[in-house]
Design a protein around this ligand. Structure first.
Ligand SMILES: [Zn+2]
Ligand SMILES: [Zn+2]
Ligand SMILES: [Zn+2]
Length: 134
């Protein structure tokens, strides 16, 4: 039966980065007239999954890709404090076993830094060894 009235309510979250709207929830209600003359309502609520794949309430947007991230997956880069989702963060452990959540550029910068430090240490120890041999 054709509905005599249809309603659609959409809940969107607006990104703070580019002001784009991302659907969070959609309600569709169809009102139909039954044979007995009563108005019947059929309502469907569709909850949109976050970009991380979770059906949890969104907590914010990933600063890298501007997608909605849920409250559990949402994190901040320990380097630059930028809000990021699992789509763009790198989890690693530092030497003390502490888990670090970093954006790719901070993770890359930290790796490069430790590589250079390691390299310098290597060179320094080579020089010291060489001097010891003389
Ligand atoms: Zn992302
Ligand atoms: Zn999630
Ligand atoms: Zn960062």
């Amino acid at each position: 039966m054709q509905p005599i009235r249809s309603e659609r309510t959409r809940k969107v979250a607006s990104s703070s980065w580019d002001a784009s709207d991302h659907p969070v929830q959609q309600d569709d209600t169809d009102h139909t007239l039954s044979q007995a003359g009563a108005i019947e309502s059929d309502r469907t609520t569709q909850q949109m999954a976050c970009h991380c794949g979770c059906l949890r309430p969104p907590a914010g947007f990933c600063a890298e890709c501007n997608q909605l991230i849920c409250e559990v997956c949402y994190a901040r880069c320990s380097g630059c404090n930028k809000p990021i989702g699992p789509c763009h963060y790198v989890k690693s452990q530092d030497r003390t076993g502490r888990v670090l959540v970093e954006c790719r550029s901070c993770n890359g910068a930290r790796k490069r830094k430790s590589l250079i430090t390691g390299l310098w240490r290597g060179i320094a120890s080579l020089v010291i060894d060489f001097e010891d041999e003389r």
